[in-house]
Design a protein around this ligand. Structure first.
Ligand SMILES: Cc1cc2nc3c(=O)[nH]c(=O)nc-3n(C[C@H](O)[C@H](O)[C@H](O)COP(=O)(O)OP(=O)(O)OC[C@H]3O[C@@H](n4cnc5c(N)ncnc54)[C@H](O)[C@@H]3O)c2cc1C
Length: 395
């Protein structure tokens, strides 16, 4: 068996990359270790309205609810309200992630991509160091499949990068451990995504409540691995749910535990190989949202790989167009948000309360980092010292 491109992983990053490579004329195979694309769901299922402007999905089957905005709560309960446009990547829609992933895979299949399920990549085929394909375990049978380019779209636990000698190590301070219930019989008053911050509530992360219709909600937590111990995410989440009257009669229909990289991006290109999505650490280090990046950057990856197939040049030099282009789109934002994440980590609950108090009446339509900082400092001058690192970032 020989393909132009093998994509390891059928998550959003893999399917979108595969689709755009196939549309450029490449012969593409996706290998997926799971038995069903998109399940089990490991996601809060929030995505930005940006998706409206992209030709990625057909119909609306993947939409559970259209959000009006987000509310952020500080530890003392002070609330800052944001419109959906201002609230960032996770608050435009709440989706059915399993259907979403399957729709993206359907678009890939329509473009001619072949999909192999129950097919776990277990290593790269190499000839004198040159990557030649992928070794897979398919229904307990080992097989070799050759290809000119391998796409590592194998998520947070990516092995493909490591097999190509890319340093994919995630330090505990760059990894959020997450737990989430989908609860039914919940009193969802309106279509707002709620976020709860605080060192005690969720050290180094936050709790989210994303409504999925009028009586179902995803209620989850992400905490930094370096600040937590085993079982802590679920324990803090259970405590939060027990205290909130919206969940007084709630029952779970799903529980999940997973991890999100909140790191700086890594090298993403070698001869005959590129990394996309969580495997490339393309997740917003502040919010832990990765879906929009998977779509935006997956498209770039597919286009570049398509060109490589057309010109039959699979060298690192040629494929570096991918890394240059993703850096143009998200490189600056990723670096800045990583530094903001680090600054936020140094803040105590009192500072979060002061921040929320300063921002609760702020007009986010005029949002700029400088005006934001001015608004903050005007009300609580002592914030000036704490926010100095952020000012450097905004320069
Ligand atoms: C609890 C939680 C909540 C989240 N909430 C949000 C949110 O609300 N909004 C948001 O934008 N982001 C969210 N994220 C992040 C988001 O889910 C990821 O950024 C996104 O799934 C990354 O997509 P991907 O295609 O890179 O990887 P994945 O979706 O992880 O897909 C990787 C695929 O590769 C397959 N695979 C892995 N290894 C192999 C192998 N060796 N061989 C074959 N197949 C393999 C896996 O089975 C999987 O199907 C959340 C993450 C978690 C854990």
């Amino acid at each position: 068996m020989k393909y132009d491109v093998i994509v390891v992983g059928s998550g959003p990053a893999g399917s979108v990359t595969a689709r755009f490579a196939a549309e450029a004329g490449a012969k593409v195979l996706i290998v997926e270790r799971r038995q069903e694309i998109g399940t089990p769901v490991l996601c809060g299922e929030g995505i930005s309205r940006k998706i409206d402007d992209w030709d990625m999905l057909e119909g609306t089957r993947w939409i559970a609810g259209r959000m009006e905005g987000a509310r952020i709560y500080s530890p003392d309960g002070t609330m800052v309200k944001l419109s959906a446009d201002m609230a960032g990547n996770e608050t435009g829609y709440v989706i059915y992630r399993d259907i979403f992933d399957q729709e993206l895979a359907r678009r890939a299949a329509k473009a001619g991509v072949k999909i192999m399920m129950n097919a776990q990549a277990i290593g790269l085929l190499k000839d004198e160091g040159k990557i030649k394909g992928v070794k897979i375990n398919h229904f307990d049978e080992e097989r070799d499949i050759e290809a000119d380019v391998i796409i590592g779209a194998d998520g947070v636990e990516s092995k493909v990068g490591k097999w190509a000698d890319i340093d994919t190590t995630l330090k505990p301070k760059d990894l959020e451990t997450c737990a989430q219930y989908t609860l039914t019989n919940v009193d969802c008053k309106d279509a707002y995504c709620d976020f709860y911050l605080g060192k005690k509530i969720a050290p180094g992360g936050y709790i989210w409540v994303f409504p999925k219709g009028k009586d179902v909600a995803n209620v989850g937590i992400g905490i930094l691995a370096s600040l937590s111990e085993a079982g802590m995410a679920k324990k803090l989440l259970d405590e939060f749910i027990a205290k909130d009257s919206r969940f007084a009669h709630a029952e779970p229909v799903r529980f999940l535990a997973g991890a999100v990289p909140v790191a700086n991006p890594i090298e993403t290109v070698r001869d005959n190989l590129i990394l996309v999505g969580d495997a490339a650490r393309h997740v917003d280090p502040i919010t832990g949202g990765g879906l929009t990046h998977c779509l935006e950057i997956g498209k770039i990856a597919g286009e570049v790989v398509g060109k490589a197939v057309q010109t039959q040049d699979f060298s690192q030099d040629f494929l570096m167009e991918y890394e240059m282009r993703w850096k143009e789109v998200i490189g600056k934002k990723m670096k800045r948000n990583y530094r903001v994440k680090e600054t936020l980590l140094d803040m105590d609950d009192k500072t979060f309360n002061m921040l929320a108090d300063s921002l609760k009446d702020y007009k986010f339509e005029e949002l700029s980092t400088l005006s934001l900082i001015k608004a903050l400092v005007l009300k609580h001058p002592t914030l000036l010292m704490k926010l100095r690192p952020l000012m450097k970032i905004s320069e």
